[in-house]
Design a protein around this ligand. Structure first.
Ligand SMILES: [Zn+2]
Length: 234
């Protein structure tokens, strides 16, 4: 090998999507509110106490919407945004019991330092996003549906395209009205200002069949949102 071969100037490598998401999920200290008590029983410190311990650390709230907003902002592909949002939801990041207050030692006793989402959950989310990012839009949707429901409906398998369309909310009917009656009101309320396509719709001629997004679509109907973005499969 030539010793003095022209060296390529090192180019700053841009972080991959999943790396950016990994970093963001590992840095949620500004999105959280928590509370704890301090226990310095048995303290014999002179002057300042250096031995107090944090007890009863409790997360009060986490601004999940803000986290999702930041993470989906890493891409412009709306279908990918939708998939990322679904993967975060499947990963159950809304569940506060998957989070923990970080406690570390300081010179004046234990200190609380932000929160952490379960490491396995973060790794899982990033791995799935890595896989999905490489797929075509239709395969992204197929993969995410498989992740959410454990299998793919036969009717979806032959679909070859996924695209975003704006349709009238009234154009879609719920194929399963029994299920609609069982929907979780809290989730419906949370989806009022949902930022991503509200669901996945199968188009067969003029018939629009809702595949995924019952809560999100119910929320649009309930809040009289006239037009919505959906992902149409054909
Ligand atoms: Zn002390």
């Amino acid at each position: 090998m030539k010793k003095n071969a022209k060296m390529k100037k090192p180019v700053a490598v841009e972080k991959s999507l999943s790396q950016k998401i990994y970093d963001r999920l590992n840095d949620c200290r500004y999105d959280v509110e928590y509370d704890y008590d301090r226990d310095s029983s048995g303290c014999q410190c002179y002057d300042y106490c250096r031995c107090s311990r944090i007890v009863n650390a409790k997360i009060i709230s986490i601004n999940i919407e803000n986290i999702i907003l930041d993470i989906t902002d890493f891409t412009n592909n709306k279908i990918l945004k939708y998939c990322i949002d679904r993967i975060l939801s499947i990963g159950d990041i809304n569940n506060l019991s998957n989070w923990e207050v970080n406690i570390c030692n300081g010179y004046y006793g234990e200190e609380a330092n932000g929160v952490s989402l379960d490491r396995n959950i973060i790794n899982n989310i990033c791995q799935k996003i890595d896989e999905i990012e490489k797929l075509s839009d239709i395969d992204k949707i197929k993969k995410v549906l498989e992740e959410e429901y454990g299998y793919l409906l036969d009717v979806i398998k032959p679909m070859t395209s996924a695209k975003i369309e704006v349709i009238k909310t009234s154009e879609i009917n719920f194929p399963n009205d029994v299920y609609v009656k069982k929907l979780d009101i809290k989730r419906i309320d949370r989806y009022k200002d949902y930022l991503f396509p509200r669901g996945i719709v199968l188009k067969n001629g003029t018939n629009l069949r809702l595949i995924d997004g019952y809560h999100r679509l119910t929320s649009a109907k309930k809040n009289n949102i006239e037009n919505i973005e959906v992902i149409i499969l054909e």
